[in-house]
Design a protein around this ligand. Sequence first.
Ligand code: NAD
Ligand code: UGA
Length: 460
Amino acid sequence: MSHKDVKEILCLGAGYVGGPTMAVIAEKCHDINVTVVDLNEDRIKAWNSDSLPVYEPGLDEMVKGRRGKNLHFKVASSELLASADMIFVSVNTPTKMYGQGAGRAADLRFWELAARDILKHAKSGTIIVEKSTVPVKTAEAISRILHSGTEGKQFSVLSNPEFLAEGTAIKDLLNPDRVLIGNEPGEEGKAAGEALANVYRRWVPTDRVLLTNVWSSELSKLVANAFLAQRVSSINSVSAICEATGADVSEISRAIGMDSRIGPKFLQAGVGFGGSCFKKDILNLSYICETFGLSEVAAYWRSVVDMNDYQMERFVKRIVEAQFNTVAGKKQALLGFAFKPDTNDTRETPALTVTRKLLEEKAKVVIHDPEALENAKWDLKDEQGDISYEPDVYKACEGAHSVIILTHWQEYRELDYERIFSAMEKPAFLFDGRLWLNPEKMHKIGFNYLGIGSSELMHI
Ligand code: NAD
Ligand code: UGA
């Protein structure tokens, strides 16, 4: 096969990355047949239904437009592996919870199983694309597995990390800041890198498609997430100083963000970062540093996660202290459970930590979220305590002592807060964990308003 003609793409893993990424390739390359497979049959069923397993603006239309044409969702099979020219591996790479590196290293067992399946069934010459986020040098290890067969099959392994953010996945995939492709040295590696670059170049400007060596590409992904999370932890650390001094963190974000060297993005203080990747990728980076004897570097990055934990703790402490040091038996209405708006994803959401801590304090917790209630129920199924889920936001707040904003869904800005206030217990508290509402306006309605990183507007 000439690497120029990629006609059959297979993606292992129909998750938050595999599904949207393949939908965009299918949308932009009608002549390429794209199949996404998963071991989880229910997930595949959902991708073939009217109710997709991933909520992303623009995804529904795109999938429905290409499904059954050049986009297919199927259960994994040896035949599909055998007919692919290019195989993306977009399986989960969670934090390892056992053995060496437990709680920090990446668990690569799903990746390795996928590699062994590829070796068994794929044809020689297939290009393997590492889409999952992995530790530096994984491609090298995978390549060794792929070349361990007795049949002499040859594969090229590329690193092609994904930078999409949830909630804006389709937008990010259609118009990425950059596409990064790391290829192995040698002519074969280069040709494989070009073949993948040519797929992306159909819609991404050539100067945004970067070709690097495999290790730089793998490490860039971890470093990008570490830098982003570090900005959030940095501004959150400043929010603590603001609460202590009476300065306002939003004003500080604006003031420092106007410095073109700092830039305005990712300076929104809040209850902490969540999502499936920031924490796991930083812990993984920190673990890699340790294995290379770089303990100071490891500690530096680890502190980004520590600051995040501290922020969540601090937030709950403030909630309890403001309500006269006890929330036992008091209804607390949590608005938002997803780790950010426009997604139903609740992995590592700060809302989970806040809920657990409030339950420890024996609060009566009611959760509302426009998209993530089902996931919230699943995440909290084993928790003891008074917990309920309410799809009607006004009912969720009825009789509550406090309303706690944990996700900045647009609809939370547009609620009738006078109505909410009048149906609450008094004194009514509003804890704004995302600095999403207008403090003066809320205070005027009658709330005792406490926003992250800003002084308290109280009536009591
Ligand atoms: P996910 O858990 O949503 O999806 C992974 C899927 O892979 C699961 O459905 C699982 O059943 C399936 N799977 C596991 N082994 C398989 C195999 N051998 N064959 C077929 N399917 C298999 O995970 P995700 O959020 O899509 O993340 C995937 C990878 O992408 C991770 O490494 C993650 O770090 C990275 N990433 C995620 C995001 C994000 O926003 N979620 C962004 C960038 C990168
Ligand atoms: C992040 C990165 O932005 C993506 O580039 C990357 O591909 C992805 O991780 C990944 O590897 O999984 P994502 O986690 O989907 O994307 O969402 P972000 O927009 O980065 O937000 C992460 C968390 O940080 C959210 O909980 C968000 O509320 C919080 N955040 C973000 C803040 O608290 N303040 C900010 O200013 C920005």
